[in-house]
Design a protein. Structure first.
Length: 337
């Protein structure tokens, strides 16, 4: 996937082919977002043009209000998920004073038409952009007719009685309801981060760990999790601890992944950790022997639970169901991806 960093990158883009585009933060890249992305990809294929995502490095609320909800997925993680969904080009914008001052019409003309060669604009449910969030399908249809580009709105994905939203995904993750979050995401809850140096205590205990610095803010409750770790396009089962390590009087929240039956150097590697199930809450142990015993029990439990969970989750190579299946089918408990 090609990544365009800011408006200054637009002059280098070949616009003759045109594009089908959507605009938004898409925090979490949940099923509702995915349906929009899939429609962008499908329409681009039908029109013989590029599927394009226009997103923001930071949530506009963080700029406008000085604060925003904790991010479910970092920019780096969103870019990974956009590419898996089939997006070929992503324009990443900083929400500057200049950008926030553009009306929706100015944004369409300057960024989407002149910059990207827009042929069709896809909106998600209740999606708006531009100054005072004035750009929506209804307000922009006259401009679309005047300038000759198409507009389409994708209907929301509803699970039960409420539409899937980043807010509901965020709540589920914070509460530790991995199954509810996964149904809304269309994939297991995952963390993306870079492996950083640790104190090598895990190795001394016989369970070497990769210490992950996450690229985003949102984390599930502290505890020990059964997970699958993606490293260089290979999945590895793992036991992951998220917490402050109270047995060591820790204060800083850490994410430590022990990959089962793995040997190799993961330092400075970017890993994606798919959390399948919480094995237990974080506990304080009286000494290192007790901690070592508990970790061994966690590993044994993980090995026992893994076959059933892998069958249930059916994590595919792309981690998103790019082709086929309705949103409801993708979110069904017996067809989780």
């Amino acid at each position: 996937m090609r990544i365009l960093d800011g408006l200054e990158a637009l002059p280098d883009l070949e616009r003759d082919q045109g594009c089908v585009a959507t605009v938004g933060v898409f925090d979490g890249v949940h099923l509702g977002h995915f349906m929009v992305l899939r429609r962008v990809v499908d329409r681009a294929r039908e029109l013989g043009t590029r599927p394009v995502m226009v997103t923001f490095a930071r949530h506009p609320k963080a700029v406008l209000l000085g604060h925003a909800p904790p991010t479910i997925t970092s920019l780096e993680h969103r870019l990974v998920l956009f590419e898996r969904a089939g997006i070929e080009t992503t324009l990443v914008l900083d929400f500057t004073d200049e950008l926030r001052g553009l009306t929706a019409e100015q944004f369409v003309r300057r960024v989407l038409l002149d910059g990207l060669g827009l042929r069709e604009l896809i909106f998600g449910f209740d999606s708006k952009f531009g100054r005072d969030r004035g750009g929506n399908p209804e307000s922009l249809r006259p401009l679309a007719e005047e300038l000759g580009f198409g507009i389409e709105e994708v209907q929301p994905v509803a699970l039960g009685e409420r539409p899937v939203s980043s807010t509901f995904v965020r709540e589920a993750v914070q509460l530790g309801d991995l199954q509810a979050a996964a149904r809304m995401l269309g994939r297991p809850v995952s963390l993306l981060g870079t492996v950083v140096p640790g104190d090598r205590l895990g190795r001394e205990l016989g369970f070497p760990t990769a210490n992950l610095r996450p690229h985003h803010e949102l984390r599930p409750p502290h505890g020990v999790y059964l997970a699958m770790v993606l490293h260089q396009e290979q999945l590895h089962p793992a036991v992951v601890n998220i917490g402050e390590r109270p047995s060591l009087a820790g204060k800083e929240v850490r994410i430590e992944a022990h990959l089962l039956d793995f040997e190799g150097d993961l330092y400075q590697q970017v890993l994606e950790v798919f959390l399948l199930e919480r094995l237990r809450p974080e506990r304080e142990f009286p000494d290192m022997d007790a901690l070592r015993t508990a970790i061994g029990q966690d590993v044994d439990e993980a090995r026992g639970r893994l076959p059933e969970l892998l069958q249930s989750w059916r994590i595919p190579g792309r981690y998103l169901p790019i082709e086929g299946g309705s949103a409801e089918e993708l979110a069904a408990p017996d067809s989780r991806c």
